[in-house]
Write a protein that binds this ligand. Sequence first.
Ligand SMILES: [Zn+2]
Ligand SMILES: [Zn+2]
Length: 218
Amino acid sequence: MQEMNLRTIFLDLFFPRFCVECGAEGGYVCAECMLFISEAEPVCPICGWEEYAGKRHATCPSRNRPEGLVSFFDHEGPIKRMLHATREDSLIEIPEELVLRGMKFLMENPERYSEFLRFLLEERTEISYVPRYKKEVRKRGFDEARVASRALACSCKKRESTLLEREGDGFRVRGRAEQVVLLEDLWIDGERAKECVETLKRNGTRYVWVLALARAIP
Ligand SMILES: [Zn+2]
Ligand SMILES: [Zn+2]
């Protein structure tokens, strides 16, 4: 803990953080701008309609599809600018910060998110991510979905696993797991994440929940 504080003091001293929204010093989103961040309403990952806990509807197609989708925030206002700054200014701390804030929000809503949280914490559940293109990773110096998956793994004392890699415009498996929580930074229509889920399930994975830092509002 003390080490963590020293690191924070060091970082604040030499790499001060500024609010992406108003420019105030102290963090990537200041307390006032935080008020404009909205938590995402859970939806079914297949049809995009409301679902209390983000589970796939029993009536929606199930074959090689995700069991559920949890998104932390709506992709608007400060969140939109934070994800933009992550990509354009290579701010590796932003996905970490969003995971910590997002997990806090899930923990505060246990009745809604208990099924996802239980799945996440099960021993056989592995934490992985939707990989970016190699040239994007080279340009930025990191893969933001991977950074988010590491932060999540660290917060629940697990290891992050690289289960997929890019192959042309698609994906191929690099590792196997029975159950997976798959990190994605932004869910727009979910095509990229759904393709990853299909690839995993064709290769032996049984259950996958997708966790997105933000979801675009249709
Ligand atoms: Zn601000
Ligand atoms: Zn549905």
